[in-house]
Design a protein around this ligand. Structure first.
Ligand SMILES: Nc1ncnc2c1ncn2[C@@H]1O[C@H](COP(=O)(O)OP(=O)(O)OP(=O)(O)O)[C@@H](O)[C@H]1O
Ligand SMILES: [Mg+2]
Length: 274
């Protein structure tokens, strides 16, 4: 029997995008939360989305997770144009979201949290299978969780983030979106979560990470997309951009410098006084 050649998994980030957004606009009445936004994510690539408060980051996450329908624009997933009208649509496609509040149940243990609402077994819960699967997932992520039978309330912030990420992987996603995964964490826990994001990349997931922290972005992202006032304000390779340049793109300081300079160049070219 002839078998198709196994394709090399694309880790270049330059081609074979699993997810592409084109011209995404989302308005709430008179408020334009997103205007004409483009974004590409490849397998095995970590794309950070940065921007000031109100820049549209959460709105973009909500458009991709089926919470908000875009007003216009197209979403292409694995080569086909798709409509993501509900969270179930996003899950079916393979777009998983870890929301900022994590949505874990404090009083339930790790296994119970992982399988909440999707318990294995036709009629009753298969406790053993769920525990085995839990360990499998946590091991793949090299997660530092001492036992899966302890209530989430007694875990550290980094461990909780780990549980939330592990849960998002149960539906076999292609894309994992993390909203501010390190915002509430200390130094060691942040490092733990950044390691986890590296594991996701190694396993070939496309990762979208919303962040306010330039150090985290530079530690783990391949590319960084800047949103400003709901619009694209630059996409950079992390290896080619300084934190100052990123901050300038986020705050709009680059508008001034860049536009003034190009205006000046234009004026010189026309022979006008600069
Ligand atoms: N449901 C909504 N109804 C009306 N306006 C909204 C709604 N959701 C977001 N907006 C507006 O859209 C803009 C973008 O908001 P969004 O929450 O996406 O920003 P953000 O980049 O996530 O900011 P932050 O860093 O503060 O979380 C803001 O002006 C916000 O007030
Ligand atoms: Mg937000």
């Amino acid at each position: 029997m002839a078998t198709a050649p196994v394709m090399e998994q694309d880790r270049t980030g330059g081609t074979g995008h699993v997810l592409s957004l084109r011209g995404i606009t989302k308005t709430f009445g008179a408020v334009a939360a997103l205007t004409d936004v483009d974004l590409d994510v490849a397998r095995g690539e970590v794309v950070a989305i940065v921007g000031d408060n109100g820049a549209g980051k959460s709105t973009l996450v909500k458009v991709l997770s089926g919470v908000h329908a875009p007003t216009s624009g197209t979403i292409t997933f694995e080569g086909s144009e798709v409509t993501i009208s509900t969270p179930a649509d996003a899950q079916r496609l393979g777009i998983a979201t870890v929301f900022q509040d994590l949505a874990l149940c404090e009083n339930l243990n790790v296994v119970e949290n992982l399988f909440l609402g999707q318990e294995i077994g036709p009629a009753r819960l298969d406790e053993v299978a769920m525990e085995v699967k839990s360990w499998e997932l946590l091991r793949e992520l090299s997660a530092k969780i001492p036992t899966v039978r302890i209530p989430v309330a007694s875990l550290s912030g980094g461990q909780r983030q780990t549980v939330a990420i592990a849960r998002s992987l149960l539906g076999d996603p292609k894309i994992v979106m993390l909203d501010e995964p390190t915002a509430a964490l200390g130094v060691a826990q942040t490092a733990e979560v950044l390691n986890l994001i590296e594991r996701l990349r190694e396993r070939g997931f496309g990762v979208i990470m919303i962040s306010h922290n330039m150090a985290d972005v530079q530690a783990v992202a391949d590319r960084v997309a800047v949103l400003r006032l709901g619009r694209n304000n630059g996409v950079f390779r992390v290896s080619d951009v300084s934190s100052e340049e990123l901050v300038a793109a986020i705050t709009g300081a680059s508008d001034n410098v860049v536009t003034q300079r190009s205006a000046r160049r234009g004026a010189i070219a026309k022979g006008e006084p600069a």
